[in-house]
Design a protein around this ligand. Structure first.
Ligand code: SF4
Ligand code: SF4
Length: 65
């Protein structure tokens, strides 16, 4: 099981942080090619595979496997 974020699709909107019931995501200091601070699944060991993040990301940047 893993949560992936395509960093160059992410726009740092924070919706994944808002919707994840297990508080898996953080916005990081890393800046992508578009100039946005990207989200990362820093606590993915807590993930319950509900896929709310995948469905809530407006840029389809998240994949839960
Ligand atoms: S919802 Fe998508 S675009 Fe927004 S911060 Fe999360 S991964 Fe990035
Ligand atoms: S699948 Fe659910 S628990 Fe896992 S990171 Fe996405 S929203 Fe959070």
């Amino acid at each position: 099981m893993a949560v992936y974020i395509d960093k160059n699709l992410c726009k740092g909107c924070g919706l994944c942080i808002h919707f994840c019931p297990k508080n898996v995501f953080d916005i990081t200091d890393e800046i992508n090619k578009k100039g946005f601070n990207v989200a990362a699944p820093t606590r993915q060991k807590d993930c319950i595979q509900c896929k709310l993040c995948e469905r809530s990301c407006p840029d389809l940047a998240i994949v839960v496997e």
